[in-house]
Design a protein around this ligand. Structure first.
Ligand code: ASP
Length: 341
């Protein structure tokens, strides 16, 4: 494992990568910055993507499959009790239930998802079983739990004391106003009880040594959401999309906006038309602004994408969006995504 941590702007990475690699390029308005990385490679959303990527790398670095890598990778934040936005320890809905959303997609176009799954930490593994053991793509709520228990998962309590405390503090006002851009410094005052974040999903994309891409996406969703609310994260095409001919994309932020624009599918289709990953993410963000010019100033959505060549990029509405990159050269890179505002 490499301990050195670099925290850099994508622009400067692109510049240095260009100096190193003739494949890295900036060509025309639909390219913006592109970064050619070595394969295998894994990328994921937010700073907590670093530890997740390293778990994925344990598999990718030994020639393992991208599907196994993304599942193992996102299981790290799912099990991390300090992470209040993914898996066990996630903030509950406004009635006090921790409900998890997750999906997974492989290079053959197979996919599986669970929506509002309770009592199981590793929602991503249940999503994978939905993909592999049922003729369906999605299982929700009670049915998803029943399926998980039938397949050997233990019923657990996911509401950890810290999250319960934060929920009870929130209940004192019970103001239903999802605030979703708080990683932006200018919004710090609006942080939730305990100075915690109220959202953030892990979305991960990996290319293995055989050149095949898979993706995974898992979250506890918006903190203190309405009971039954589902965001973008378990919706194939919204929170995650992979097309092994083109590349993949994943999303984080206000899920409703991502669902409305079928964001990850849009990013992949733009890459198919020749957009670089970063330019495709930027265009998807701009579609959200176009539909809601005023509202978009106060919400966060970030897209992360990688094409089949291993070029990656991201774009967000607000500053503060980060993503992590891991390949043969470096296992702990964090990059600040560019933003509109
Ligand atoms: N997209 C997630 C949701 O809407 C939350 C996030 O990624 O911040 O549930």
């Amino acid at each position: 494992m490499i301990n050195r941590r670099k925290f850099i702007q994508l622009g400067s990475l692109a510049t240095s990568a260009m100096a190193l690699s003739p494949i890295a390029s900036i060509q025309g308005k639909n390219r913006l910055h592109t970064v050619k990385a070595n394969q295998p490679i894994v990328i994921s959303t937010w700073d907590f993507g670093v530890a997740a990527n390293q778990a994925a790398w344990e598999i990718l670095g030994k020639g393992g499959k991208s599907l196994d890598a993304v599942e193992a990778g996102v299981k790290v934040p799912e099990a991390d009790l300090k992470n209040v936005t993914v898996g066990k320890g996630g903030y509950p809905d406004r009635d006090g239930h921790v409900t998890l959303d997750a999906c997974i997609m492989d290079s053959a176009g197979n996919c599986g998802a669970v929506l509002a799954l309770e009592h199981v930490t590793h929602a991503i593994s249940v999503a994978r079983l939905v993909m592999e053991k049922t003729p369906h793509v999605m299982l929700a709520g009670e049915g998803a739990l029943q399926f998980a228990l039938q397949n050997g998962f233990e019923k657990e309590n996911l509401l950890m004391p810290e999250s319960e405390k934060a929920w009870k503090e929130w209940l004192e006002k019970a103001e239903y106003k999802p605030i979703i851009n708080i990683e932006n410094e200018s919004f710090n005052k609006e942080r939730l009880p305990g100075n915690q974040y109220n959202h953030d999903t892990i979305g991960m994309l990996a290319i293995d040594a055989d050149g095949h891409m898979s993706g995974a996406c898992t979250t506890s969703g918006m903190a203190f959401k309405m009971r039954g609310r589902i965001g973008d994260s378990p919706i194939i095409g919204a929170g995650l999309y992979v097309d092994d001919e083109v590349g993949g994309a994943t999303a984080t932020g206000v899920g409703e906006e991502v669902v409305r624009t079928v964001g990850s599918f849009l990013v992949v289709e733009l890459m198919r038309q020749g957009y670089s990953p970063e330019a495709a993410c930027k265009e998807a963000v701009q579609r959200i602004i176009k539909k809601k010019p005023e509202a978009s100033k106060s919400l966060q959505v970030g897209f992360l994408a990688m094409n089949k060549q291993g070029e990656y990029g991201a774009y967000a509405l607000q500053g503060g969006f980060t993503f992590a990159v891991c390949d043969q050269q470096q296992q702990d890179l964090i990059i600040k995504g560019k933003s509109v505002y």
